[in-house]
Each structure stands twice: as C-alpha cells, then as structure tokens.
Design a binder for this molecule. Structure first.
Ligand SMILES: Nc1nc2c(ncn2[C@@H]2O[C@H](COP(=O)(O)OP(=O)(O)OP(=O)(O)O)[C@@H](O)[C@H]2O)c(=O)[nH]1
Ligand SMILES: [Mg+2]
Length: 222
C-alpha cells in the first residue's frame, strides 16, 4: 500500500515569492520585509524612514495586521500609496503570505516606485517562515525585549540580513547587556548587519536611511 506523504504546504507560497522577486527585478523596485514582535517600533521606524527618504525615492507601504487600519492611518500623511492587509479577513493568520503581497503589488504602479516597505504582522515566529519575495528581510528588536531573543527565536534572525535594535533611548533605564546580545547574534547569524536606533528620538535613523538608499540605488543600476 502506498502511504500518502504530506507535501510542503509552503511550496505555493515559495513559488509566488519567487515570481514576486522576478517581477521586482524586472521593475527595479527594492522591497524590504520588516518583522518583529508586537510593539517593537516597526510603524514608528517606517514613518521616520519615509520622512528621510521620500524626497529622493518613490515609496509604497504594505501594512500587515490581524485587524484595524491603524498603522496605515499613521502613514497617510506622507501622501504615498499605502495598503493595509487585515489578516482576519483571510482567517486571522499571524503572518503575511506572498499571494497577498502580489495582490498589493498589482495595485501599485511599479513603474513609478523605487521602494516597497512591508510591515509584517507583529510576531517573531510565523512571519519568518513565509518568503514574500523581498530583497531584504529585516528584524526589528527593541531593547526592552531582552538580549536572548536571537537564541530563542533563531529562524527570524538566521533568515534575515539586517537587525534594527530599536528603543536604545531606554538603555539607561534597563539592565541590558549589549555584549550578550552580540554574542547571541554571532552564534545565530554572524553575517547579520546591525543598526542601533531610537525611532522616537531619531538616533541612528540617518545611517539606516543611508543603508536603504545604497541598496535602492544598486537595484536601479543592476
Ligand atoms: N522609547 C521609545 N519608544 C518607542 C520607540 N519606537 C517606538 N516606540 C514606542 O513603542 C510603541 C509601539 O510602537 P509601534 O511603532 O506602534 O510598534 P509596531 O512594531 O509597529 O507595533 P505593531 O504593529 O502593533 O506590531 C509606541 O508607543 C511607540 O511610540 C523608540 O525608539 N523609543
Ligand atoms: Mg505597527
């Protein structure tokens, strides 16, 4: 008797992610996928980064949340295209899937964009399991979450290229060991590029904007 073997259910997500990557390559649009626990400061960062980059680059945002359009509402002041995905409408998933990203991209005029920012659903586990076709996967970790997160949630860190360590303005109030964080990161993903920022105070935002600008420019000239 032949035993049915369960197939990798993520394969269609992966295939669509590959299609998205091809489409973005053809259109020379850079896309980042921001992932983190709830409340680490993703929307605050996106707001600040758009403020720094919007005079030079044409930007669109895809916001992912289980419910509400609150994050998208915080960004409309920039006058850029913003689409909110409420996953509750698709079963309440704690992550974004590539088919939804494709639908959003189809609503944007990709010819007139340089950068798409995806803010994934606040969750340090599920989003990292789903490829979305982004050029860069970015983990946002706030200092109040502790130094042990790379060790406890390795997938998010070892499938991402960049770490944004946020809320550094709170360090004086915490017993935080930067050495311990760095040791954990080194063990999980030694190649990860790390930026220390305070999204609210603005520290480190300029450097982060320069990091993105270099990558957007590189994609334009590929
Ligand atoms: N002290 C401090 N607070 C911050 C900083 N960045 C964000 N916050 C605060 O953290 C809270 C959550 O910020 P959000 O930007 O909404 O976080 P988020 O990751 O988008 O949250 P979800 O989308 O719900 O996952 C807000 O009260 C922000 O003002 C920072 O650099 N320092
Ligand atoms: Mg948010």
């Amino acid at each position: 008797m032949e035993i049915p073997v369960l197939q990798d259910i993520l394969h269609t997500n992966k295939e669509m992610a590959a299609e998205i990557a091809d489409l973005l390559k053809e259109k020379r649009v850079y896309m980042i996928n921001l992932m983190s626990s709830p409340g680490s400061g993703k929307t605050t960062l996106v707001d600040k980064l758009i403020g720094k980059l919007k005079d030079r680059y044409r930007i669109a945002v895809i916001e992912g949340d289980i419910k509400t359009t609150k994050d998208a509402e915080r960004l409309v002041k920039h006058g850029i295209p913003v689409i909110q995905i409420e996953t509750e409408r698709f079963g309440g998933d704690c992550h974004l899937e590539s088919s939804w990203i494709r639908q959003c991209l189809d609503q944007f005029d990709l010819e007139s964009l340089d950068l798409v920012i995806i803010e994934n659903v606040g969750n340090l586990v599920c989003p990292s399991e789903f490829q979305l076709g982004a050029d860069e996967r970015v983990v946002v970790l706030s200092v109040t979450e502790g130094e042990d997160k790379p060790a406890k949630y390795p997938l998010a860190f070892n499938t991402s290229q960049t770490l944004i360590l946020n809320k550094i303005d709170l360090l004086p109030h915490l017993e935080y060991s930067m050495q311990e964080l760095e040791a954990n990161l080194k063990r999980v993903n030694p190649a990860m590029e790390a930026y220390r920022v305070s999204a609210t105070k603005g520290d480190g935002i300029e450097k982060l904007a320069a990091h993105l600008a270099a990558r957007i420019d590189a994609k334009k000239t590929q």
